[in-house]
Ligand binder design. Sequence first.
Ligand SMILES: [Zn+2]
Length: 282
Amino acid sequence: MSAIVAEKGDGVTESIPATTERLYLTLDGNFIYRAQGRLIFIGGMEEGEGQEGREQKVDVVFDRSPFHPQGGGQPSDVGKVVCVGTGIELKVVKVSFSFETNVVTHHCEYGAGVTMSELAVGETWGLFVDEEKRNTFSKFHSAGHMVDRAMELCGYNMPATKGYHFLDSPYVEYKGKVEAPKREALIVQLNEKFKELIEEDIPTTICELTKEEAEEELNKVQANFFFSVFKDPTVRIVGICNFRCPCGGTHVRSSKDLEGFQVTGIKVKKGITRVKYDLAKE
Ligand SMILES: [Zn+2]
């Protein structure tokens, strides 16, 4: 599916690309919380329509979207989408992305009074991301990258194997061991680095590099990244606290926005070191 045909009225049709432009991919796009998009696909509907007291489900796809789908250890954005013409409003409860089809699917719920037959492909919708939640998710994700930079500054240049940036006990995992007697001291050191990095107010960078450029620039010190796994010819590279790595998530503007984060623990299991971090409770 590369394009869809939409009714323009009076029997006139037009063609719209059947993929989603992901607005959050650029640096400024990280701070776009609302946008307009054309509806290009409706699916996933359940039996019955908006009966009293029952939440109904529908999946909708637009030609562009500010919503960040779940992935890369970052939770899905939530929010709402509203049809400009009809005023129909759907609650966005989860968002997913398919690398196969290049579309962002908004998994929605709707209540009584909404009739799905009124939904028409080609119509313009307003897309609204829950800004507060997005900013929190961005902070938790960026703080995970700050752990990467702090580890490197402390002399632990280990390949990151997993990032979990959800709000319940986030962590970053690395291949390799930090010896037991060194762990407590490392936590203290990492937290000192956190303070310095936040103080330095280092701007976030986002760019697209070819796999060859990424290999050349990011694996200079140590071959910590495997660019051959990426399907696209270019890779999105995010720099947080001057630490650059491939990433598809949303982020803060500067390291100073990470005030309050701290490393809370280090665990080692089966040759994997897990560094836990969190936002200090006020
Ligand atoms: Zn990331």
